[in-house]
Design a protein around this ligand. Structure first.
Ligand code: NAP
Length: 268
């Protein structure tokens, strides 16, 4: 299968490198279309595939085309691709907020998969939600899921609206985690730890808590109960969190992200 990645930026490069690292593709089977000549020259040095500057040079050779340009660049891109597209080609779009019908109509292509990855894909720990148009076959879907899984884990969702919900949870989620981590680092600094000690205390605590949770079959609520002994320190912290409604605030924050994802999707 020949893969063409359009847009050799952060995500395009992450995908190319993940496919190669997982030996799911080879540089001979990969093409990258990048409009910036400087970036194209840099990409060409990386031995990740053949780099092209115009769709006429590569699109007809591709079986799978990954759309990894910024959403605001897609209109121009679609116009250049449309005369070159054939109906058997599968398109995987990772562009935030751009709907399947918009892509299918603009390209005149029926086989569209839409995915929402997140930033940890860069280190193989990403979370991606994806869905597809009816014309994508099961085999094509499995092939694309195998590619996506080289960047972490994935979940197939039936409804396209769930992509907006995944954007609010796993897409924006890393920022929520950093926000919580940052507050804990600030607390550690105020308690007298150095910057590097504070970061170490917090990073390792997050990593350990998540690993422990992953290796068990009990819920977060149950883990909280296990850590909080009666009259102890954790219970004091949890009581303070409950009083300040931190839990409710996080749910409201995620809902604000969902509303914004829906709003942005309507504009496109
Ligand atoms: N970064 C993330 O964590 C993340 C997470 C989820 C989804 N996404 C989605 O992934 C997509 C890519 O994000 P990114 O962070 O990788 O963006 P990026 O670093 O800006 O990469 C996009 C690349 O595409 C190039 N490009 C633009 N128009 C083109 C065209 N017509 N033909 C060929 N190349 C073209 C850009 O060149 P110029 O710089 O010259 O314009 C740029 O090099 C976005 O749609 C975003 O919504 C990103």
């Amino acid at each position: 299968m020949k893969i063409l990645i359009i847009g050799g930026g952060n995500m395009g490069l992450t995908y190319a490198q993940s496919f190669l690292r997982a030996h799911i593709s080879t540089p001979e089977h990969m093409m990258i279309l990048e409009k910036s000549p400087e970036k194209a020259a840099e990409l060409a040095k990386k031995n990740i595939g053949t780099v092209y500057g115009a769709p006429e040079e590569c699109l007809n050779e591709a079986d799978l085309i990954i759309l990894a340009v910024k959403p605001q660049d897609c209109e121009v891109l679609f116009k250049t691709l449309r005369p070159l597209v054939n109906e058997q080609q599968v398109f995987l779009s990772i562009m935030a907020g751009v709907k399947i019908t918009t892509i299918a109509e603009a390209l005149g292509a029926p086989k569209i998969i839409r995915a929402m990855p997140n930033l940890p894909a860069q280190v193989g720990m990403g979370m991606t939600a994806f869905t597809s148009s009816d014309d994508v076959t099961r085999i094509e879907l499995v092939m694309v899921q195998n590619l996506i899984n080289t960047t972490g884990k994935s979940v197939y969702v039936d409804k396209e609206s769930s992509i907006d919900a995944a954007t609010a949870i796993s897409g924006s989620g890393p920022a929520y985690v950093y926000y919580f981590m940052d507050a804990m680092i600030q607390a550690a600094l105020r308690m007298g730890f150095s910057e590097s000690e504070s970061e170490l205390l917090v990073k390792q605590t997050f990593r350990g808590a998540v690993d422990l949770y992953n290796k068990s079959d009990i819920t977060c609520q149950e883990w909280i109960k296990k850590v909080s002994s009666k009259g102890g320190t954790t219970e004091a912290a949890m009581r303070s969190f409950v009083e300040s409604e931190v839990h409710k605030d996080i749910i409201e924050g995620a809902n604000a992200a969902l509303n914004r994802a829906v709003e942005l999707g309507q504009k496109k």
